[in-house]
Design a protein around this ligand. Structure first.
Ligand code: GTP
Ligand code: MG
Length: 380
């Protein structure tokens, strides 16, 4: 007690001591309050033990990232038709100029004219069987006409081509909580990896979650190429080392897609020569491993065909069809050829629907196939 009295006496004697003490107490309180505030606000953003959902992170990245997705979302049907017309200009101009040259010298439908029409169609890679079919329609419909015009021929070709191309896809659906698995196959350099990147962008633009699987393990560059698409689109890529078993990567990717609840898994495969049996056997193995994990997977198997390939495309479809159950064909590089008619021949001969077409290198240059749009853009 006397100590307190001494202190009060001292403070009375020296008021500056009183103010100094008060300032010290207030500073300590302010410091304590500040530390409490900083600590509690840190806790709010970073709950210990609570990991941020990785899919949510991907969605955030997507929201800020890809120009590809923005472009697809903003591409209205008019703008796409323009892209398609530009892409098919070589095929369209070539057909038209050949027919116009022919009709300048021959204005009636005799055997010679029919032979010439046959040659024009055959040279545009439509295929022997389909060319015969189209010629027979031209002959039947125009036999009686005294004057033959490009418009008449074009209308018949359009009608018949649209019928041939209108194959309804047999689309499989994935069970709930399982990914829809799309296996992408084809020979070297046709555009498999690029098509996968473009497809991923389209699915993301439709708000699906996507994962990519690098089951082309032959070259490190192939794995990197898919990873670049993954980074560009903000999607997860499952990959192993160069030279590893592609079926094992596919197996891991399916596990990962199931665990994350991913909706669509796109599997890239190595380009394989359709006439090399061991490569085709390897594809069979990848397919078996996938089916073991998800009974009706792969739900889709797309064969990618390079439109500039020509008649070899027919051999490719035949060979791949023997090993895997093709649910569709994706035709790339239509912008680089005057022979886009190959699509008509492939559909007619194999009855496999064309599912997507590519008319350029950008994601927005790929589109779901529509027979009428295609035929109109190719012929008129
Ligand atoms: N012009 C054009 N180029 C395309 C199209 N699709 C793909 N390409 C290009 O074709 C080239 C080969 O494409 P990739 O995707 O690497 O082909 P791939 O089938 O995966 O090749 P491998 O894995 O080596 O068998 C790339 O330069 C692509 O940009 C298209 O529709 N139009
Ligand atoms: Mg590739």
């Amino acid at each position: 007690m006397p100590n307190y009295l001494n202190l009060i006496d001292a403070l009375k004697a020296k008021p500056e001591l009183f103010w100094g003490l008060l300032a010290l107490i207030v500073s300590v309180i302010v410091l304590l309050l500040l530390s409490y505030y900083v600590l509690s606000s840190r806790k709010k953003t970073e709950q210990p033990g609570e990991k941020r959902d990785e899919l949510a992170t991907e969605a955030e990245e997507r929201a800020s990232l890809p120009q590809d997705i923005e472009e697809i979302r903003h591409l209205n049907s008019q703008a796409w038709l323009q892209r398609l017309r530009n892409g098919l200009s070589k095929t369209r101009d070539s057909l038209r100029s050949h027919f116009e040259t022919l009709l300048n010298s021959k204005a009636n439908l005799d055997a010679d004219t029919l032979d010439s029409i046959h040659e024009i169609l055959y040279r545009s890679d439509i295929g022997v069987r389909t060319t015969e079919k189209l010629i027979s329609h031209v002959n039947k419909t125009l036999k009686e006409s005294s004057v033959l015009t490009w418009e008449q021929i074009r209308d018949i070709l359009s009608q018949e081509a649209e019928k041939i191309l209108s194959i309804t896809p047999n689309t499989a659906t994935a069970a709930e909580n399982e990914p829809l698995v799309i296996l992408v196959v084809g020979v070297n350099g046709v555009g498999k990896t690029t098509t996968i990147g473009k497809l991923a962008a389209h699915f993301l633009a439709e708000n699906h979650s996507v994962m990519l699987c690098a089951a082309d393990t032959y070259r490190a560059a192939a794995i990197d190429q898919l990873k670049i698409w993954g980074d560009r689109l903000g999607v997860k890529v499952i990959a192993h080392q160069e030279g590893s078993d592609p079926a094992a990567v596919a197996f891991d990717a399916i596990k990962a897609a199931k665990a994350r609840g991913t909706q669509i898994l796109l599997i890239d495969t190595a380009g394989r020569l359709h006439n090399k049996q061991y490569l085709m056997d390897e594809l069979g193995k990848i397919k078996r491993v996938i089916s073991r994990e998800i009974p009706n997977a792969p739900h889709e198997t797309f064969l990618v065909i390079d439109a500039t390939t020509g008649q070899n495309a027919f051999l490719q479809v035949r060979a791949f069809k023997e090993v895997v159950n093709l649910s569709g064909i994706c035709v790339t590089k239509l912008d680089g050829t005057a022979k886009g008619g190959v699509i008509i021949g492939l559909s007619d001969e194999f009855q496999v629907p064309i599912r997507y077409i590519g008319v350029g290198e950008k994601a927005a240059d790929l589109r779901q196939f529509n027979a009428k749009e295609f035929v109109d853009s190719m012929l008129s």
